[in-house]
Design a protein around this ligand. Sequence first.
Ligand code: G4P
Ligand code: NA
Ligand code: NA
Length: 194
Amino acid sequence: MDMLKQRIRQEGQILSDKVLKVDSFLNHQVDTELALAIGREFARLFADKPVTKVLTVEASGIQFAMATGIALGVPFLYAKKKKAVTLAENVYSAPVHSFTRQETYQISISQKYLGPADKVLIVDDFLATGAALAGLVQIVREAGAELAGVGCVVEKSFQEGRGLLEGMGVRVHSLARIASMAPGEVHFMDDERT
Ligand code: G4P
Ligand code: NA
Ligand code: NA
């Protein structure tokens, strides 16, 4: 998605060789036109699959799940991050290990809103370690719903997330795949074609 890659090149701040800050347009301040275009692109990429619900995890997946839901004409649903002990009984939940914070937390969804009749498209802002997305996949499977696949806005292809999800049999589409980065330069996967 050229428009997205251009914005990453222009406005992305590379904080280390691993962390990309995109606070000006993706996940703090949000460019609403770009978010809607991202939603339409996910809808196009998964057009061969029937989808009844878009799923993400709070917080920064929400704007892209909403945009995708608008494009598909279906609701979106987001998993909440809460401690298991505070949850009522009728939820699906999965543990997620955060490598950046070195802690495990639970994500959960009410059983009222996800079930065997659903065909789910998962979306998120970043695909890094893939831990949170793997948790969402686990919840979709526990609910007996069908999984169309996972759509990510930015994939850091040098991290293990895509491999983890593909190893679970999940189809993954990312709109900007970063092969490598360093302060002042971003290399996308497409750029590597010879
Ligand atoms: P994850 O891959 O399972 O998300 O775990 P990880 O511990 O690697 O990432 C922790 C958080 O940092 C996640 O957000 C993830 O989306 C975000 N993240 C990972 N890499 C980058 C990056 O290069 N840039 C930015 N801006 N964010 C990154 P989260 O904790 O789920 O929280 P939220 O921001 O969605 O609320
Ligand atoms: Na996120
Ligand atoms: Na995030």
